[in-house]
Design a protein around this ligand. Structure first.
Ligand code: PLP
Length: 380
């Protein structure tokens, strides 16, 4: 019998998001870190989780102050950021952090603005929070046309602007100057807030989210927007994750740094106890090994730059990347190339502009297999 459910009309015909989960020897499709945790990291996590298990009859710490302090400490060493624990927020992946942002600041009659091509989950956060989703194109080289972005902010008065830097799937990082101009434009150009009876309507600032999921892979000299976080920019939030450089995608721990008032707004919309005691314990244990966990970042960067050069030597176009993936092409039939690679045991991603493919950076062995398979697929 067909289900007769009161599904929201805007969800009619929608399917669950996600890259294909295919079990092949070389998986380079979702920008994970190819290196599993070491025995020492596994042991620390196991010990911490065993300890947390002793208290599983109790709810976990709701606002996880120890984890927030450890994340603030990590950001201070990684980017020289001076965020206090109260300026940090965390959830089950930066996916959930972003959902919290849109739950707090988006909603019916409000707009979220992004610049395409970009991360394919952004429209889903908007849809799920009943927020209007507007996009404007990036330039041909995938940099941001800041003048056009400022005009769009003036015109739309979005509640939230999301900019990925480095951007997925292009790998493009944003200069700080561009972010500063966007922050300036966002001031006073958020939604107009309903007036209380007897007082005038108030214009708000638009919240600017810089999604730095891949920031640790940026090339030397490329700054992080974290240096702008604080009272001077109360409408700025910078999101990070342990899923990529940190090599802990399975942990599901994303986080954000922002001025305290913004973080406190997110605390209102989160479900109570959204971060399990097991997640908190494992994340704290992993953070205590950060030097080791991050050790492969430099070699992944080198591998990435070598892959870009190799692609260009094959006559392909490959975009400079500040992330752990490379967008390359164009192929007259990208699906056929993707399929040929899959048949050779290498899974990459069909994403981004027509004709292009994206591959995450793997171990040297995995990259060698990718190069061999690609050479065969394009018949060079
Ligand atoms: C730009 C960008 N932001 C956020 C995420 C989500 O990461 P997380 O695993 O922290 O939810 C991804 C994952 O691929 C991403 O590419």
């Amino acid at each position: 019998m067909n289900a007769n459910l009161p599904l929201r009309p805007d969800l009619e015909g929608e399917s669950p998001y996600g890259a294909p989960e295919i079990d092949v020897p070389v998986r380079l499709n979702v920008n994970e870190n190819p290196y599993p945790p070491s025995a020492a990291v596994i042991e620390s996590i196991a010990t911490a989780v065993a300890q947390a298990a002793q208290g599983l009859n109790r709810y976990p710490e709701r606002d996880f102050p120890r984890l927030r302090a450890a994340l603030a400490d990590y950001l201070a060493t990684e980017s020289g950021a001076h965020a206090t624990p109260e300026q940090i927020w965390a959830a089950n992946g930066s996916n959930e952090v972003m959902l919290h942002v849109l739950q707090a600041f988006g909603g019916p009659g409000r707009t979220c603005l992004t610049f395409t091509p970009t991360y394919s989950m952004y429209p889903e956060y908007a849809r799920d929070t009943l927020t209007d989703y507007e996009t404007r194109p990036r330039r041909k080289d995938f940099t941001l046309d800041v003048d056009a972005a400022v005009s769009a902010i003036n015109e739309l008065r979005p509640a939230v602007v999301v900019l990925a830097s480095p951007n997925n799937p292009t790998g493009t990082a944003l200069p700080l100057e561009d972010i500063k101009r966007i922050l300036e434009a966002a001031r006073g150009h958020g939604p107009v807030l309903e007036a209380e009876i007897g007082s005038p309507a108030r214009v708000s600032d638009c919240v600017v989210v810089i999604d730095e999921a891949y920031a640790e892979f940026r090339r030397p000299g490329v700054p992080s927007a974290l240096e702008l976080v604080g009272p001077a920019h109360p409408h700025l939030a910078v999101t990070r994750t342990m899923s990529k450089a940190f090599g802990a995608a399975g942990l599901r721990l994303g986080y954000l740094a922002a001025d305290r008032a913004l973080v406190d707004a997110l605390r209102v919309v989160r479900l109570p106890y959204h971060l399990s005691a097991v997640t908190q314990a494992a994340a704290l244990a992993a953070l205590s090994h950060r030097a080791e966990l991050m050790a492969q970042v430099a070699s992944l960067r080198d591998e990435r730059d070598a892959f870009v050069e190799w692609l260009r030597a094959q006559g392909l176009s490959a975009h400079e990347s500040d992330a752990n993936f490379v967008l390359f092409g164009p192929f007259p039939d990208r699906e056929a190339v993707w399929r040929a690679l899959l048949d050779a045991g290498v899974l990459i991603r069909v994403v981004g502009p027509e004709g292009f493919l994206r591959a995450s950076i793997g171990t040297p062995d995995e990259m060698a297999r990718l190069r061999t398979a690609l050479t065969a697929a394009i018949g060079r």
